[in-house]
Design a binder for this molecule. Structure first.
Ligand code: LFR
Length: 468
């Protein structure tokens, strides 16, 4: 039986369990399980089926053993900002409401009356997104104050899944930063903001840094699954794990999936007036640093177009159709809130084009070209802002994650930015998760050292402007 580490990586549209181990200095990956994830309405709110996700994790663990991989450790990462609350008996008392639910509509402005916007940014360094945990908590407090009164523990999604595996309550640091309730400099909860919002400080536990074990799988699961391993904290925020896999330090990265996260790694948070103006964020990194980045709406838009066309076309089809419609001229501002959670993505894209007097897309290929061209424009704008805010010029952009397989988008970005584009690894998040576990268990010396392993183990493709 091959000893391995298990990365559980769950995104907004699907999850996977990937086994990883080192062989002659190379990182070998084996996908042992893949499953769907989606939002459904529960009690009137778009929510994740968290119990089902946990069942899928257990299936993944079982399959790993069936496939000859004996896990020595496991770590979970998911998207950020969402959470559940437990009562003092440690029972879950909320659904896992999804960040695209409309409970936070208009809530940001209400919170700014309690905690001034600039102060919030200065202390936390976190971008303003209507769905940040701070606004979700406030929306919950307004709707069901009794639930917050009953709450004894605040757990983000991966914290809760880790809890189900181990019985241990943790608030992992990288994901906790996305609540917009952590001080960027002190890396601890901002108790003053929490108090002002009328939320009990007791529900939060001291943020725990990644790269350490939190405990063994609990006894009943050990028996049920026939395994025994340590749960180790990776960057439980998927973007934190993904950025560990960027093969070079001196580059702009784009972590491309449901969202496109574009930025750079930085030692200190940058929370200047201009960073505030451009709405850049300083999320906590795995390696004691910060990800200075911007959220761009990302492949969510094409996922929703795919859904609107009843899944008749797959992602490679949309890429091919975009090539055929490359000259379709309409560009939308992908970062407008109307694209965040619309009932019908096709209609909102058409509305935007109508309002701005551009040609209205009708055919799937026109939507695809419009979305990818618009994303490339938005990426390029963010590149300019990053260079302005860091005072540094970058030669390359490194695209990681599943979205890096979209060559149409890669080529458009190379053309529009004039920079060299490198793509891969596609499984960046799972790789970053595995590397964190290997650093924690002393198989890899450090996160810095892991860059050599990544370069050696995975194929990185290069795109230059003009298709050279
Ligand atoms: C990407 C991601 C982003 C976060 C968004 C919402 O999967 O984690 O980093 O802003 O999802 O949680």
């Amino acid at each position: 039986m091959q000893k391995c580490h298990l990365a559980v990586d769950i995104g907004a549209s699907g999850g996977r369990v990937i086994a990883g181990y080192l062989a002659s200095g190379e990182l070998i990956l084996k996908e042992v399980h893949r499953f769907e994830n989606k939002m459904t309405t529960k009690n009137g709110h778009l929510s994740w089926d968290i119990d089902q996700l946990f069942e899928q994790i257990k299936t993944g663990i079982k399959k790993s053993v069936e496939k000859n991989c004996q896990p020595v450790s496991l770590g979970i990462d998911t998207w950020a900002v969402d959470f559940v609350l437990l009562n003092k008996e440690k029972e879950r008392i909320t659904e896992a409401v999804a960040y695209r639910d409309h409970r936070t509509d208009g809530v940001m402005e209400e919170v700014f009356n309690i905690v001034p916007k600039k102060e919030l940014y200065k202390e936390t360094g976190i971008q303003f997104q209507p769905f940040n945990t701070i606004y979700q908590l406030y929306a919950l407090k307004k709707e069901s104050p009794e639930i917050l009164k009953d709450a004894a523990h605040f757990l983000m999604i991966p914290d809760y899944l880790h809890y189900l595996l181990t019985d241990k309550i943790t608030n992992e640091y990288t994901n906790a930063t996305t609540t917009q309730l952590l001080n960027a400099k002190g890396k601890t909860w901002n108790t003053s903001f929490i108090e002002k919002l009328g939320i009990s400080q007791r529900i939060f536990s001291e943020p725990k840094k990644p790269l350490q074990a939190i405990g063994k799988i609990k006894d009943e699961l050990k028996v049920e699954l026939g395994v025994d391993f340590e749960v180790v904290l990776p960057g439980t925020h998927d973007t934190a794990s993904a950025v560990v896999s960027v093969p070079s330090n001196d580059t702009i990265f784009i972590s491309s999936g449901t969202w496109s996260l574009i930025g750079v790694e930085h030692q200190e948070p940058i929370s200047t007036e201009r960073a505030f103006l451009y709405n850049f964020t300083n999320e906590g990194g795995v390696n004691h640093n910060f990800r200075f980045l911007k959220n761009i709406m990302g492949l969510w838009m094409i996922q929703e177009v795919k859904r609107a066309f009843n899944h008749q076309y797959d992602y490679p089809d949309f890429t091919n159709l975009a090539y055929e419609n490359a000259d379709f001229p309409s560009i939308v501002n992908v970062n407008e809130e109307r694209f965040l959670s619309p009932d019908n993505m096709l209609t909102v894209i058409q509305d935007f084009c109508r309002e701005t007097k551009q040609i209205i897309p009708e055919m799937p290929g026109e939507f695809a070209a419009c979305i990818f061209n618009s994303l490339a424009v938005s990426y390029n704008e963010a590149v300019g802002q990053i260079e302005e805010l860091t005072g540094k010029e970058f030669e390359s952009i490194h695209i990681i994650g599943g979205g890096s397989k979209n060559n149409y988008l890669n080529e458009r970005l190379a053309d529009i930015s004039g920079k060299t584009i490198y793509t891969g690894p596609t499984e960046a998040t799972a790789i970053g998760n595995l590397i964190a576990q290997m650093v924690a268990t002393n198989e890899i010396e450090s996160i810095e050292k892991s860059k050599e392993i990544i370069n050696q183990s995975f194929h990185i493709q290069k795109f230059s402007s003009g298709g050279e």
